[in-house]
Ligand binder design. Structure first.
Ligand SMILES: Cc1cc2nc3c(=O)[nH]c(=O)nc-3n(C[C@H](O)[C@H](O)[C@H](O)COP(=O)(O)O)c2cc1C
Length: 186
């Protein structure tokens, strides 16, 4: 698949089959992620691949609880709170794999560097016929001391992107985009 097609056909995928994703394919995606640019070529990213079902369940359960608490504290709309409270709602959508991209350094470019790696990873997955979805709802817990300990991450790292990966029966239709606001100068 060419780059233009991968960009246009990448979707946030929320339905996965049970088919596992092999080590080789995951390594290929991580390899593409490491080709992203980074400030001063620091390449600060640490990749953690979770396929262990018990740990996936824990990330889903504890990630959901942490995000729900934040939503309630911030007065999130009741329909969003109710959706999160539904015990059937799995924030990881039963995906067979989760890749957490964390920054080993906490400098000003930590989030940018890891986000660029994340986008490469998601496009490479699309080109390989796989679905992905960035799960911001797992972020707060993954960044906590408990979350880092559960994933064996160094206490001083900064988790930036939690991306589920898996085989999808079909890619969902495109979500509409707003027209770009462009200011032309010259
Ligand atoms: C930083 C970030 C956090 C996101 N968090 C979630 C999430 O927690 N759950 C979810 O279902 N989708 C999440 N998404 C996916 C977006 O909802 C999705 O990318 C957006 O609706 C556009 O759809 P598309 O990716 O199919 O073009 C997240 C995307 C980004 C970039």
């Amino acid at each position: 698949m060419d780059l233009e097609t991968a960009i246009r056909e990448r979707r946030a995928v929320r339905h996965y089959t049970d088919e596992p994703v092999s080590d080789g394919v995951l390594r290929q995606l991580i390899d593409a992620a490491t080709l992203a640019p980074s400030a001063m070529n620091e390449q600060p990213w640490l990749f953690t691949v979770v396929r262990d079902k018990e740990l996936l369940k824990r990330v889903s359960r504890d990630g959901k609880a942490a995000t729900l608490a934040i939503m309630i504290a911030n007065g999130a709309p009741s329909e969003r709170v109710e959706k999160m409270k539904n015990p059937a709602y799995d924030i990881l959508y039963n995906a067979p794999a989760l890749i957490v991209i964390a920054s080993a350094s906490s400098g000003p470019w930590a989030a940018v560097n890891c986000s660029l790696a994340a986008q490469n990873l998601m496009l490479a997955a699309r080109a390989a016929g796989l679905g992905t979805c960035w799960i911001g709802q797992a972020q707060a817990w993954l960044a906590s001391a408990d979350g880092k300990a559960a994933l064996g991450l160094p206490p001083d790292c900064t988790p930036v992107a939690a991306i589920i990966v898996g085989h999808t029966a079909e890619f969902p239709p495109p979500v509409p985009r707003k027209p770009a606001e462009v200011k032309w100068i010259g």
